[in-house]
Ligand binder design. Sequence first.
Ligand SMILES: Cc1cc2nc3c(=O)[nH]c(=O)nc-3n(C[C@H](O)[C@H](O)[C@H](O)COP(=O)(O)OP(=O)(O)OC[C@H]3O[C@@H](n4cnc5c(N)ncnc54)[C@H](O)[C@@H]3O)c2cc1C
Ligand code: FES
Length: 259
Amino acid sequence: MKRKETARVISQERISGDICSLVLSVTFAGDVSAGQFVSLFPHGKEKLLPRPISVCAADAAAGTIWLVYRVAGKGTKEFSQLIRGDEVEVMGPLGHGFPLEEARGKRVLLIGGGIGIPPLLFCAKALKGSADVTAAAGYRSDSTYLLEELEALCDVLVSTDDGSMGVHGTVLDAVRADGRKADLIFACGPRVMLRAVKEYAAEHGIRAYVSMEERMACGVGVCLGCVCTTTAEDAHSHVHNARVCTEGPVFAAEEVDLS
Ligand SMILES: Cc1cc2nc3c(=O)[nH]c(=O)nc-3n(C[C@H](O)[C@H](O)[C@H](O)COP(=O)(O)OP(=O)(O)OC[C@H]3O[C@@H](n4cnc5c(N)ncnc54)[C@H](O)[C@@H]3O)c2cc1C
Ligand code: FES
């Protein structure tokens, strides 16, 4: 059940270039599952809309969630200035996450690009001991945030756009170069990467789930600002649309149009 509340900042750290790590104390930490997100509310009146950020880890005992985000514009710049003890409005947990039950006992490939990597760290942790997990992480350069944390949980294939680490190219280049078999793929990253994942999964007959990073406004299913095109018809409205914030952000790859 989602809640809107005032969260306290436990820590804030710049972990690499424009990437920040923010730990918040919230009442709903125990209810969050891998692939779900929260909405963070900036203070400024001109920036009233909340910003969706995936949960990278949740600690039910400590009552905390960990967010890792890129400073992209005004909202995330404001979040990057929060310090320990500050308060911020947060709503969560939101959306449907990855189907972890389906992954149990399987060979699972987690594919993350850029700021799509944080929710996959949550998946790797949730699946440890119950699935054979490999992660493929694509970065711009050797500023490889969250790599150590991923490597502590599973095998990791690395790619960089500039060739400074791992395979020189895309994260799918790293996956193809490695060639290992998988039964299931969970992916999060830019649309172009998700399209390549969908093609790769179809080529190899692998079931895949993708987390969509559509722009959002309300974050709770009201404004229809985040719809994506789907193959299935909505039973209520009879259109081929789904709201990423409520029906997603995770969808079966074959169900969403990524063109
Ligand atoms: C379900 C979901 C989970 C997300 N999880 C994370 C996360 O874990 N870490 C993280 O860094 N970012 C994440 N994002 C993207 C994040 O929400 C945007 O970067 C943020 O809203 C930008 O707000 P801003 O005010 O700083 O920038 P704005 O001034 O609003 O925009 C700055 C730039 O960011 C781009 N942008 C804005 N919204 C999005 C979006 N939804 N997707 C891609 N680009 C966007 C704009 O086109 C523009 O180029 C997620 C988005 C969604 C939908
Ligand atoms: S953001 Fe408003 S319906 Fe999804």
